[in-house]
Write a protein that binds this ligand. Structure first.
Ligand SMILES: [Ca+2]
Ligand SMILES: [Ca+2]
Length: 104
């Protein structure tokens, strides 16, 4: 028998995704199918970062984080990508001093 306190404890244990992650996920998942494809990732980089990444690069990134190999990133997979990209952008902006979008 499940009491309300048991349920809230259970919900706590399945660690909700970061609100920012959920916001980005919903914004990027244009077909609202619960996963991010490499195309959606590419669009998001262009819209939100103003940087163009090739099809191959976006497919590579999706493959890298697509743990269950279903061809798209669900929200937990996306969360891993999100925190990875955040760290990466800090490093990228550190090296990309002339803001060209490319390493020199
Ligand atoms: Ca999608
Ligand atoms: Ca997946």
């Amino acid at each position: 028998m499940e009491s309300p306190s048991f349920i809230s404890q259970f919900n706590h244990q399945i660690s909700p995704v970061h609100p920012a992650v959920e916001k980005w996920f919903r914004a990027m998942d244009t077909k609202d199918e619960g996963k991010i494809s490499s195309k959606e990732l590419q669009q998001a980089f262009e819209i939100f970062q103003g940087k163009h990444f090739s099809d191959a690069a976006c497919k590579f990134v999706v493959r890298l984080f697509d743990l269950d190999k279903n061809g798209g990133l669900d929200i937990k997979e996306f969360e891993t990508l999100y925190f990875y990209v955040k760290q990466w952008l800090v490093a990228f902006n550190t090296y990309d001093r002339d803001d060209s979008g490319f390493f020199r």
